[in-house]
Design a protein around this ligand. Sequence first.
Ligand SMILES: Cc1cc2nc3c(=O)[nH]c(=O)nc-3n(C[C@H](O)[C@H](O)[C@H](O)COP(=O)(O)OP(=O)(O)OC[C@H]3O[C@@H](n4cnc5c(N)ncnc54)[C@H](O)[C@@H]3O)c2cc1C
Length: 299
Amino acid sequence: MISLDRLKRKSCDIAVIGAGPAGISAALNGTLRKKNVVLIDKAGAMDRLKKACCISNYPGFPGISGLELERAFLDHLKEFDIKVVVKDVYKILKVKNRFVIYTKGAVKDVFEAKSVILCTGVVDEKKIEGEEELVGRGVSYCVTCDGLVYQGKDVVVISDFKGGEEEAKVLAEDYHCTVTYVPGYDVGTIPGVNILNETPVEVKADADNKDKVVVRFKRSSIAADGIFIIRKNISPKSMLPGIETEKGYIAVGAGMETSIKGAFAAGDCTGPPFQIARAVGQGQVAALSAVEYLKEVSN
Ligand SMILES: Cc1cc2nc3c(=O)[nH]c(=O)nc-3n(C[C@H](O)[C@H](O)[C@H](O)COP(=O)(O)OP(=O)(O)OC[C@H]3O[C@@H](n4cnc5c(N)ncnc54)[C@H](O)[C@@H]3O)c2cc1C
């Protein structure tokens, strides 16, 4: 099992999650207002924008490519000595008036922040029928958070990428679970893990046993004590439990504040139109609102 001394904890005023145009703008503005900012991105930076071959509507840079704009944005970060921490954030929990930010990886860094700004872009996530109703009642998105709950029990792990294999192994080896892995891609064998090549169509409570949940496939179904759904991209609700969304996007007010005090959001994760200029503007508003919030809580 993961020991706590393998977790490195770092504190800051504002943690910005996602270093696309929104996150970079938020980090710059927070830093300019003399706040200690940590900028975290799982892919380095600008994962989406670097795919654009020619951008015609970003003022001052007609016809610039995504890669060129990325370079300009990163150079701007360098001017203010802001480094991007390359980490995949999978969970943020509000504990009293602090946010605890958990990341994946060999060293599972944990960050502590007085406020957070979510700038994670759009999530292309197709849910399994019934999944949302069972979150916390048999469905989990996180082995680190919930592995202990299912120690020694029967679990199903559903994943559309290789990261799911690691989680299946952790459940089998560290938590002594009986694991059935349902991959959405080709996989060989995984020691100690049963592989089931089926497409899940529904997850539901077991009508015959209130402690069990069922995964239904096209032609069969299996009952288990828990179901872990491990996706590459996680939805805002899975990342920051309790946050309100509208049509899958984070619901925000005019100051980019979310339903959770101290948590702000900016850019594509708040909904369309998906545009660089809008993301940059919202990132700035979110940072300035976070600065105001920090003043309030320090008084
Ligand atoms: C091919 C293409 C062409 C485009 N052309 C234009 C154009 O011409 N003009 C225009 O205005 N817009 C264009 N866009 C849209 C534009 O790229 C987006 O609107 C803009 O990038 C949104 O910025 P953002 O910061 O909100 O999100 P993103 O740019 O999507 O950045 C989100 C960042 O968050 C990171 N992240 C996500 N989840 C996590 C996590 N769990 N932990 C850590 N990091 C995480 C990602 O790695 C990513 O770097 C184009 C998009 C594409 C794909």
